[in-house]
Write a protein that binds this ligand. Structure first.
Ligand SMILES: [Cu+2]
Length: 505
């Protein structure tokens, strides 16, 4: 399945790509090697300092990705990806969403502690032709890279793969680091046919999460990035793909990790040859180019246990990096502590969430739990809706605590302000990234194959990856009353119901 093309072993009906606009475009159909560009930014229309006001118009529009070929994409303000929202800690934010799409949509402010009724919950979707304003304030102590994307029930995956996602950069009031040039890299996934069509998800996409043949950097295919003479940069990297695991590497170099989903970590982690960025996660990396040759920033192949005999995504080059202008030989000096971390308060409650896959036998019965890799691909071919090629698997279930999502059901209850320990267990044969809305959590420890490891450094996350049969313990607190979602961030799994509702009282 390299480059997303149908595997010859795949039985008839497993792949609908050919029926949806023809052959896939070759991986160089979108010109590569253009100079890196930062994300376009959303203009702040507020006149008061400390305020941010803007409008995001979600609409279908033609964009040109393959030269001379129009692609109908879904975009915010005509941009693919959506414009970056640049905020300062403490800002009061008002952003109006205008929905010009043919279906309901919403905006979820991924990773930010916005009030529950402003966070784009599935129950608060905006109908076609309607608009709504979202109001929230960025707390003084929030900084880092976040993002925004749609969260309507059952349609988030489609809206994101058609183009609706953008970065949110929150700048700290004060930075403990010496000035180092920073860049934001929004990584998005794209599948295109040769005629420029963005095809619908086929059944393998629904099972495993969609991966196209392109991973774009701020909308560009494999751009070229040239360092200036200083030789240091900080990269804020966002995985805004539906389902692609990005095993980031820059061969010949190592990364220094400065930040995760929730901003800076306590102490810089240097000498990392690879950094795994699961879907929805962000990192801040220090790139030290002094005395080293250029290289290719890439996402190396990562085995995530796909089902149905689907092959893993191949290594994808992301960006050519040129260090030839670098003259500086002085190593950058980082402070001992990037961000002070208090010890975590004791937990006053415990919760457990089990991620599983199953097969509905009809009439609400479920059988089996470890379907991945064990079930014959031919059997799965019977599971799609209505006998049409592609489409949602109607019998395959992706569950949290044995249930698929129900907007009317409260799955878990927490008290506002109370710290809790959550044990997340992946009882399946595939990796799943687990995300909780409205807060950041600390990962305490991970258990896999009977071995438990404490986290090697202190950091804040809103999304944590779980390998097959792995258990992760986190400590988390919700500060606002209301409804929060928790779900798998493979967006197809979220849409198929691998999501729950947390009521904070
Ligand atoms: Cu999942």
């Amino acid at each position: 399945m390299s480059q997303g093309s149908p595997s010859p072993q795949m039985p008839h009906g497993m792949h609908a790509t050919a029926a949806q606009g023809g052959q896939l475009a070759p991986s160089d159909a979108i010109p590569s090697g253009r100079p890196f560009v930062p994300p376009a930014t959303l203009k702040n229309e507020a006149t008061q300092p400390g305020s941010f006001k803007a409008t995001l118009v979600a609409t279908s529009a033609k964009v040109e990705l393959i030269p001379g070929v129009a692609t109908q994409a879904w975009v915010y303000n005509g941009q693919l990806p959506g414009p970056m929202i640049e905020l300062q800690a403490g800002d009061q934010v008002e952003i109006t969403l205008e929905n010009h799409l043919p279906e309901p949509t919403s905006i979820h402010w991924h990773g930010l502690p916005v009030p529950p009724d402003q966070d784009g919950n599935p129950s608060a979707a905006v109908a076609p032709g309607e608009s709504r304003a979202y109001h929230f304030r960025i707390p003084e102590d929030v900084e880092g890279l976040y993002w925004y994307h749609p969260h309507p029930h059952g349609q988030s995956s489609e809206q994101v793969y058609r183009g609706l996602a953008g970065a949110i950069r929150v700048h700290a009031k004060h930075d403990a680091l010496p000035p180092i040039p920073e860049r934001v890299l929004t990584l998005t996934d794209l599948r295109l046919t040769a005629d420029g069509t963005i095809p619908e998800d086929d059944m393998m996409d629904w099972m495993n999460g969609r991966e196209g043949q392109f991973v774009l950097v701020n909308g560009l295919n494999r751009p070229g990035l040239r360092f200036d003479t200083a030789g240091y940069e900080r990269w804020h990297v966002l995985n805004a793909t539906n389902a692609r695991y990005l095993q980031l590497a820059l061969p010949g170099h190592t990364f220094t990790l400065l930040g995760t989903d929730g901003g800076r970590i306590e102490q810089a982690q240097s000498g990392l040859p690879e950094v795994l960025l699961a879907p929805a996660q962000r990192v801040e990396l220090l790139i030290d180019a002094t005395g080293r040759p250029g290289s290719t920033f890439m996402a190396k192949a990562y085995a995530r246990g796909k089902m149905g005999g689907a092959g893993e995504a191949p290594t994808v080059p992301l960006m050519q990096v040129d260090f030839s202008a670098v003259h500086n030989q002085q190593p950058v000096s980082l402070p001992q502590t990037l961000r002070p971390f208090q010890s975590l308060p004791q937990a006053s409650a415990q919760k457990r969430v089990v991620m599983s896959e199953g097969m509905s036998m009809g009439h609400g019965m479920a059988a089996g739990h470890a379907m991945g890799g064990m079930m014959a691909a031919g059997t799965m071919g019977m599971m799609h809706e209505g006998g049409m090629p592609g489409g949602r698997p109607s019998m395959m279930q992706f569950m949290l605590n044995g249930k698929t999502f129900d907007m009317r059901r409260t799955d878990l209850t927490s008290s506002a302000g109370a710290w809790e320990d959550w044990e997340i267990a992946n009882d399946s044969d595939m990796d799943h990234p687990f995300h909780i809305h409205g807060t950041q959590f600390a990962v305490l420890e991970r258990t896999i194959n009977g071995h438990t490891a404490q986290e090697p450094f202190r950091a804040w996350y809103d999304t944590v990856n779980l390998k097959p049969q792995e258990t992760v313990r986190i400590r988390v607190m919700q500060s606002s009353k209301g409804i929060r979602m928790f779900h798998c961030h493979i967006l197809e799994h979220e849409d198929l119901g691998m999501m729950g509702r947390l009521e904070v009282t």
